[in-house]
Design a protein around this ligand. Structure first.
Ligand code: HEC
Length: 149
């Protein structure tokens, strides 16, 4: 029992058979350089931000917290078991490109953010950019004097 191979949530224990073709479209692996060049195709309309908020509350809040401070219920910052969660509302991340945030959502593993699970298989297409837009809203809220600090 103690020494068995345990499979982490979202891990893929069995490699796909050689020659397997993805049915939902293959994605090129991103690097920091290619991520930074991505242009956000979604205008920051309230529709986009509201949808981003729904996605954020579904997938991200547990770790990053309602205001993006890294203090979600399962984060060690709030006494939970998940270590290493970062704030999304500090100046460093605010200066990152939209493409960087997008790429971390697709795969933190590839982006050198190995502690964060992969979300590219759960959040797809324009939904990812709506999430980026909502993260920007959280950052703006954290900066404004009347905002949540
Ligand atoms: C299970 C906990 C968890 C969830 C859920 C989660 N993250 Fe993360 N996130 C992390 C951890 C841990 C890190 C730090 C990764 C590292 O440095 O290896 C991180 C890092 C990040 C970063 C990079 C921050 C930086 O300083 O470079 C961004 C952006 C981010 N997360 C966005 C999101 C978004 C958007 C979602 C929802 C799709 C999400 N995260 C869901 C745990 C989580």
């Amino acid at each position: 029992m103690r020494h068995q191979r345990s499979i982490k949530p979202y891990a893929r224990p069995i490699a796909p058979v050689p020659g397997t073709v993805p049915v939902t479209g293959a994605e090129p692996l991103m690097s920091l350089q290619s991520a930074d060049r991505l242009a956000n195709p979604r205008t920051r309309t309230s529709e986009s931000i509201n949808h981003g908020r729904f996605l954020y509350e579904t997938f991200c809040l547990v770790c990053h917290g309602a205001a993006g401070r890294g203090d979600g219920p399962i984060s060690s910052v709030a006494g939970g078991p998940f270590f290493g969660v970062r704030s999304l509302v500090n100046d460093t991340i605010a200066r990152r490109t939209d493409g960087y945030i997008y790429a971390v959502i697709v795969s933190g593993q590839v982006m050198g953010r190995g502690l964060m699970p992969v979300y590219g298989d759960k959040v797809r297409g324009a939904d990812r950019w709506d999430l980026v837009n909502y993260v920007r809203t959280l950052q703006a809220g954290a900066k404004s004097p009347t905002g949540r600090r």
